[in-house]
Design a protein around this ligand. Structure first.
Ligand SMILES: Cc1cc2nc3c(=O)[nH]c(=O)nc-3n(C[C@H](O)[C@H](O)[C@H](O)COP(=O)(O)O)c2cc1C
Length: 157
């Protein structure tokens, strides 16, 4: 198994209205307010809906320097992959799984949109691989309950 340092951060909140620019760009986002300590950048992760369903997401945290320079209002925006519904007003939980890149200031909207396509592909690949790994280790734990945990080792001893 490949060793990799993963920092997981969870943000929960009600989806708010954004500037509605995301839909025009082809990447509509669910927007959440964030606290000062939230880690800026583009992340691969998941959005869990109020009904418990979990969706792969490309997540961006920061002030959107392409549009607002250094003075943008910071927020979390989650583009939910393969999803077309309306999330406004819903209580959602966003999990940041993997840092992809910092937020950047692009010269024009075309360059940003091209990068968003690359980001979404990278997020899909990372999340699929993480989900597979999680399923594999869950299956291994079910098959060999004594493997991989000090607690179960102690219980057996
Ligand atoms: C995966 C992802 C990456 C993003 N990266 C950047 C970025 O590097 N720079 C930037 O200015 N905005 C970035 N954004 C934010 C977009 O500019 C923003 O989603 C768009 O302007 C729509 O804003 P709205 O939801 O307020 O309408 C990113 C958004 C997503 C979903």
């Amino acid at each position: 198994m490949r060793a990799e340092q993963v920092t997981t951060t969870v943000v929960r909140g009600y989806v708010e209205h954004g500037d509605a620019r995301g839909r025009e760009l082809g990447f509509p986002t669910a927007n959440l307010s964030i606290s000062a300590g939230s880690p800026d950048g583009v992340w691969a992760g998941w959005l869990e809906r109020a009904d418990g369903s979990r969706h792969t997401a490309a997540i961006s945290i920061g002030g959107r320097p392409t549009f607002y320079g250094d003075h943008g209002h910071r927020l979390l925006e989650a583009y939910v992959l393969d999803f077309a519904g309306d999330l406004y007003g819903e209580l959602v939980t966003v999990t940041l799984g993997h840092f992809v890149r910092p937020q950047l200031r692009f010269d024009d909207v075309e360059a940003l949109v091209a990068q968003l396509g690359v980001d979404v592909a990278a997020c899909r690949t990372w999340c699929e691989s993480s989900d597979r790994e999680h399923a594999r280790s869950s299956a291994a734990r079910r098959a060999h309950p004594s493997v991989g945990g000090a607690r179960s080792a102690r219980r057996l001893g």
